[in-house]
Ligand binder design. Structure first.
Ligand code: RIB
Ligand code: CA
Length: 313
């Protein structure tokens, strides 16, 4: 049976890769895309979600959500990484479809309530929509099958600050609520996504496989890769968001640990995720008071990158 999932996303070049996997993979039943600001403003995120779905020949509901963080001011979009249009500033075809009248949070609540215990939420952007869904209906905690969140960092350090990963930094207050809500959650963070590199050779296969969708993935990849080459000295790019789907479908490629998570919401460490392993005593109990979750610590990066390329090609 395919996994019924909702992807909460800010597409975004690596989001587009993850969305394409979800649209194409036979083991995934994509029930909807919910959008948030992050890599782009939320209207652009919605446009790109609709576009990717149409390019794959699918009619997937898209519900627009958070335009800004819960508390802090919105940080400018990283146009040097994803381009102004989120897809590497490629010229894009027009979109025919429209977003749902419902908000992203309402879409999540309604869909999960129709199929309690069955649906996995995969978040690959700032998590304001998940926080809003919890506020609308706290019973989500018991009704989702699981939550897989691309975000955070346990031992790896940050990518937008010395200690914070982008999705957590963009809305640390929402992240704090979502990561400590008490639902079954796995964090797929930089500890594993930085081990994976999608290369030009992978992308050549993907581009050759999917017509216009392949061209959009390849063209946006080229822009994203320039950033990785210039700023990180990597020849290729980290497919952060696809790693959340790799964990869902190929968990044997990852090593996880169970424990307690917290998110720093202010000061120089804002957006940092703090992990206290289960059963480990510290000088005070305050780091071990939140519900238990799983975090990814290690992965076979080559195997995950290959899985991503195979899924798209
Ligand atoms: O830190 C990586 C995350 O930030 C990914 O979700 C990427 O799309 C960016 O939003
Ligand atoms: Ca993202």
């Amino acid at each position: 049976m395919p996994h019924p999932i909702i992807i909460d996303t800010d597409p975004g070049v690596d989001d587009a890769q993850a969305i394409a996997i979800a649209l194409l993979h036979p083991e995934i039943d994509l029930l909807g895309l919910t959008t948030t600001y992050g890599n782009v403003d939320v209207e652009t995120a919605t446009h790109n979600a609709l576009l990717l779905s149409e390019l794959a020949g699918k009619d997937i509901p898209v519900a627009q959500g958070a335009a800004a963080p819960l508390v802090k001011a919105r940080h400018p979009a990283p146009v040097h990484i994803h381009g102004t249009n989120g897809l590497g500033d490629m010229e894009l075809p027009a979109v025919k479809g429209k977003a749902e009248a419902r908000s992203a949070a309402q879409f999540i609540v309604d869909t999960v309530n129709q199929r309690p215990g069955e649906i996995t939420l995969v978040s690959v952007g700032p998590v304001g929509n998940l926080a809003a869904a919890l506020q609308l209906d706290p019973s989500m905690v018991d009704k989702v099958k699981q939550v897989v969140t691309m975000g955070g960092s346990i031992r790896e350090g940050g990518n937008v600050t010395p200690v914070a990963e982008a999705n957590m930094f963009n809305d640390p207050h929402a992240a704090s609520r979502v990561l400590t809500a008490g639902w079954p959650l796995t964090l797929v963070g930089l500890d594993v996504t930085h081990r994976c590199v999608l290369t030009q050779a992978h992308m050549d296969r993907i581009e050759a496989s999917h017509g216009m969708l392949g061209q959009v993935l390849a063209g946006s990849y080229a822009f994203y890769r320039d950033f990785y080459r210039e700023f990180l000295g990597i020849d290729g790019c980290c497919p952060h968001d696809s790693c959340a789907l790799a964990w869902l479908l190929r968990p044997e490629l990852f090593t996880t640990a169970r424990g307690h998570l917290g998110v720093v919401t202010s000061g120089d460490a804002e957006g940092q995720t703090i992990f206290a392993p289960e059963g480990r005593g510290f000088i005070e109990p305050r780091w071990s008071g939140t519900p238990l979750v799983d975090v990814c610590l290690e992965t076979d990066g080559d195997a995950v990158s290959q899985w991503i390329a195979d899924s798209l090609a």
